[in-house]
Design a protein around this ligand. Structure first.
Ligand code: GLU
Length: 439
């Protein structure tokens, strides 16, 4: 164990933003890389906006991604203490301490902190040393409120008190907090405590450079902002986690799809890229397909189950190589479970336009009716033999056959698909398609 202590400090006031997930991930990676401690602290002081539902979404999201915390809610020995709403007496004691030191005072019912008038340097591990001076307006009244007139301490204060009490060594958070940091450093100094090291990580933007927001007017972009969308769409957690590792961090050898253990081994704060990262859903979707393909069937089946009405292991095994997202499964497997599947007009136009198609499908049905055994290898040999007899290219049988039995031009290996469909259904479908084509 090292003495590195980092924390993820979400406010449970809404959904789990993908940027917050990346912040949690980078804290976790750093803790695991250094052998330090990863703390989950719930910043729930905004009682009007906190919800139970939001807290559950956050905890479930972190668990889904495998970002296990060492201290925090649900951890033995740390019950309650990691919710700011349960730490009021700690904050009161710390306010009294500042007042006693004359670093804070009351005005208009609120308690204010005597902010330094001097420029403050934020020695950021990623952004370099940033020096912040008060601007003219701030200079007029630099002392900021730390306890509101209703008695509630503000974010800056509780955030610093907790980082201090929890002995946080590195604050890794979004760059949107960089402007708050001079205040935080001044508070640490007022308590006579050395501030932690800061690492403000650049934002994640949409590909077009806009902010990722759940309120984006474009619904497709709005969905990208929330972790819940990825779970709903059938992304696997390992792929999402892998992709997020790359948003702000680039493995030197350029290999992007890799087990989390390798990211843990390589990860370090100074290597985090300084420019904003762009979120590329096409790349993540591709990566998800890679994870699905590489995954053993016994891991795939339980993940697939919630997405399909019929969880038939043979069928799912056939399309596992094909799907990029689990939510595509019904579309890829519909014809295994009903004879009433739609025919893609483009597939019909492309593969079934030859006038002899109906005739050929009937001949294929006749050949398959005689097949001694019903397995992929035999079905392949049978089709090839018929193509030879008819003097046509195998494609002239393969493509119409696929459209006839599935309605589509793409799918799993044709012969394996025929094997799983079974003789009766294949013969009936070939004959039905032939009828329709000749009608
Ligand atoms: N509750 C703050 C947030 O969600 C935490 C900021 C921090 O990490 O210091 O943005």
């Amino acid at each position: 164990m090292s003495d590195v202590r980092v924390r993820f400090a979400p406010s449970p006031t809404g959904f789990l933003h993908i940027g917050s997930v990346r912040t949690a991930l980078f804290n976790w990676l750093y803790a695991r890389h250094t052998g330090g401690t990863f703390i989950l602290r719930v910043e729930d002081t905004d009682t009007a906006r906190n919800t139970e539902q939001s807290l559950r979404t956050i905890l479930d999201g972190l668990r889904w991604l495998g970002l296990d915390w060492d201290e925090g809610p649900d951890k033995e020995g740390s019950v309650g203490l990691y919710f700011q709403s349960q730490r009021a007496d700690i904050y009161q004691r710390r306010v009294a301490e500042l007042i006693a030191k004359d670093m804070a005072y009351e005005r208009d019912g609120a308690i204010r902190f005597r902010m330094t008038r001097q420029p403050i340097e934020v020695p950021d591990v990623i952004c370099g040393g940033v020096v912040r001076s008060l601007n003219e307006t701030e200079m007029l009244d630099p002392d900021f409120v730390i306890v509101r007139s209703d008695g509630n301490p503000v974010f800056h204060f509780v955030n610093v008190v907790d980082d201090m009490e929890m002995k946080i060594t590195h604050v890794i958070r979004g760059e949107d907090h960089l402007s708050n940091t001079p205040k935080h450093i001044a508070l640490f100094r007022a308590f006579g405590v050395e501030p932690p090291k800061y690492a403000h990580i650049p934002m994640i933007l949409n590909l077009d450079g806009s902010k990722m927001s759940k309120r984006d007017p474009d619904p497709a972009k709005a969905r990208l902002a929330s972790l819940a969308s990825y779970i709903e769409d059938g992304f696997v957690s390992e792929a999402v986690r892998n992709y997020l590792c790359l948003l702000g961090f680039s493995p030197k050898d350029g290999k992007e799809v890799r087990p989390i253990e390798e990211f843990i081994a390589m990860f370090d704060l100074p290597q985090i890229l300084r420019h904003n990262a762009r979120f590329d859903i096409t790349k993540l979707t591709w990566m998800n397909g890679e994870y699905l393909r590489a995954m053993p069937l016994e891991q795939f089946l339980p993940l697939a189950k919630p997405f399909v009405a019929h969880d038939d292991a043979r069928v799912l095994a056939l399309v596992k190589e094909k799907v990029k997202l689990l939510k595509e499964l019904p579309e890829w497997t519909n014809y295994f479970f009903t004879d009433d599947y739609p025919f893609d007009p483009a597939a019909v136009a492309k593969s079934c336009s030859a006038p002899q198609t109906g005739e050929r499908l009937l001949k294929l049905a006749a050949a398959y009716e005689q097949a001694a055994s019903w397995d992929a290898a035999g079905l392949e040999a049978g089709l090839k033999e018929l193509a030879r007899q008819l003097g046509v290219k195998t494609g002239e049988l393969i493509h119409p056959c696929r459209v006839a039995v599935s309605g589509k031009s793409a799918g799993p290996s044709l012969y394996h698909m025929l094997e799983v469909l079974g003789r009766d259904r294949v013969l009936a479908r070939l004959r039905r398609a032939a009828d329709q084509l000749r009608a």
